[in-house]
Design a protein around this ligand. Structure first.
Ligand code: ATP
Length: 231
């Protein structure tokens, strides 16, 4: 099964109501691979994640998780293999860190092995954690059920670069440990360059280019033009 991609997105068109926001989005994420989704505000990055996760109802195109389509009889099982973490830290501030993990159906021991920073915080209320720690907890909740695919929106939003780096290093370790395919929405090219394997550049709902991480920084001005819609 090593030949099967973690995630295959084929010709995905989706949006809100009758309004299509992303058009014919096609890409593949291998097992253990991190693919960045770059583009300026409104490019359609979040919409792409939501559509893949099946939150946007009707769409055209296909989403396959480990070769199984997200439709038909295997829908429920396949959808359960997708973990999504969106902006705004999805932790319960009045509950302890341990309770937050338990509520997500996560094995606490396993989780603190993947995220050792959380171990000393287990008895604390999540609300007293720093922004970075809350983001780490949100990530632990998302990966705790061992999804095959992780969809992550702006992990570094509002965090100091050093804090984001630590969390993204954890994400890399988790992707490898679980052989999960990761789609990571990231605003900053330089940041993405250190943490993704490839990046898709989105503009106005279209994927304009697919660029290996090693070329991201060198091709920055070209990417900025793509951001602005000039092809
Ligand atoms: P950002 O980084 O600002 O979140 P993005 O690349 O993730 O940008 P999306 O959030 O996917 O972009 O938005 C793409 C387009 O879809 C925008 O024009 C936005 O106004 C529109 N949009 C987003 N959410 C909704 C919604 N719930 N209903 C209608 N239109 C929406």
């Amino acid at each position: 099964e090593t030949g099967t991609a973690a995630l295959e997105v084929r010709g995905l068109t989706a949006g809100y109501g009758a309004l299509a926001v992303i058009h014919d989005v096609t890409f593949t994420v291998g097992k253990g691979e991190i693919v960045g989704l770059l583009g300026r505000n409104g490019a359609g990055k979040t919409t792409t994640l939501m559509a893949i996760a099946g939150f946007l109802g009707k769409y055209t195109g296909e989403v396959l998780v480990e070769g199984a389509p997200l439709t038909g009889p295997s829908y429920r099982r396949s959808r359960g293999k997708i973990g999504i973490m969106v902006e705004g830290r999805s932790v319960f501030g009045t509950l302890t860190v341990r309770q937050n993990l338990q509520m997500a159906g996560v094995d606490v021991d396993e989780s603190v092995e993947l995220f050792p920073e959380l171990r000393p915080k287990l008895p604390l209320r999540a609300g007293v954690l720093s922004g970075g720690e809350q983001q780490m907890l949100a990530l632990a909740r998302t990966v705790g059920r061992r999804p095959s695919v992780l969809l992550i929106d702006e992990l570094s939003f509002g965090l100091a670069p050093a804090v984001s780096e630590r969390i993204l290093e954890r994400l890399r370790a988790v992707a490898t440990a679980l052989s999960a395919g990761v789609v990571l929405v990231e605003q900053h090219i330089h940041f993405a360059a250190s943490f993704v394997d490839r990046a898709l550049i989105m503009n106005e709902g279209l994927v304009r280019a697919e660029i290996p991480a090693s070329e991201l920084v060198a091709r920055e001005s070209e990417i900025e033009r793509l951001y602005l819609g000039g092809v």
